[in-house]
Design a binder for this molecule. Sequence first.
Ligand code: SF4
Length: 363
Amino acid sequence: MTLSIYEFDQVYWAAKFKELGFSDSHVSTFTSKYHKLSCSELSSDFPDYGSQFPRKLHSYLSDQYHDQSSLKIDSLHESSDGSVKFIFETTDGCQIESVLMPERRRTSLCLSSQVGCKRACSFCYTGKMGLKRNLSTAEIVDQYRMVSHWMVQNAEWQKSNKLQLDALVRMRKVNNIVFMGMGEPLDNYDNLSKALNILISPHGFAFPKSKISVSTAGHLEGIKRLTKDFPNLPIALSLHAASVSLRNKIMPINKTWSLIDVLAELRGLQNSGRLKRLLIQYTLIEGVNDGDEEIQGLVQLLSDIDCKLNLIPMNEVGFSRWKSPQVKRIEAIQTMVLEAGIRCMVRYSKAQDIGGACGQLNK
Ligand code: SF4
């Protein structure tokens, strides 16, 4: 059985080519070409390198590896706000989701890192599934490849889009990648880090590192590894509660790594210059975490950390009776936070009508 070439990053190929007796220049020829090919055409055969490669090397590679996608599109759901939710099927019959979100000046793609999630946050539909398995590196990269390919092939999506898209988006490419889909990305660190290497490498997809964010529920060990391997990659921390007791209740990961320790680590990383952009996400749930005391605690927690706070009104999902506070209350909370000198925006999730918003992903 051949292996997907997207399962392996440049570190692997450098070692493999060395073992076969070929030079570094063959490695960059190899990875640059297969990554460029993949977004414009999804071939099912091994890429043809013609005279660029010695015949012996080409025949070894094509005997051992393949270029096929590990995913196929099961269905597509288009939202009235222009977002598109892709449901992909893996070769072993699992389903995962990615969401493409056009905004005025950019298009963001939200990727999944696991099938399900073991972290069981109370407000999250994915958490209800439990963890089925980690996604492989190829399955993570293939979400990006498949969506990029779909964008090139579906120009009508650009036209039918309700938004006034500017030139960047008309170039039909993904401008931002956010790991905020199904799963806790840092629970699948080994495969995630290889996928990041493939996406970021100048001999890979050359995707700007500053345009990729990894979201975490507060995986302290994973944050340490990520910031060591990828300094200054933007991080989004899903906070959702300011007091330890409430966070223990709604985000069980807090019993393993307390928000106090996680925020201390992030503060230290900022001070040492290894983390420049930090986004804090706080889902507002009426009667749960939107009271004055909890919000004052939030302000206190963030007072000495350089971050941007996104307040996200709760997306209502079938299994839960929790809902968003009224608009007046949301505005009052935003005012409290802004008056404390913390940068803060209210972000209404996109793709809510197709179950593609934060906390709604479940297959
Ligand atoms: S919010 Fe994130 S970490 Fe929590 S259960 Fe959902 S996917 Fe997992």
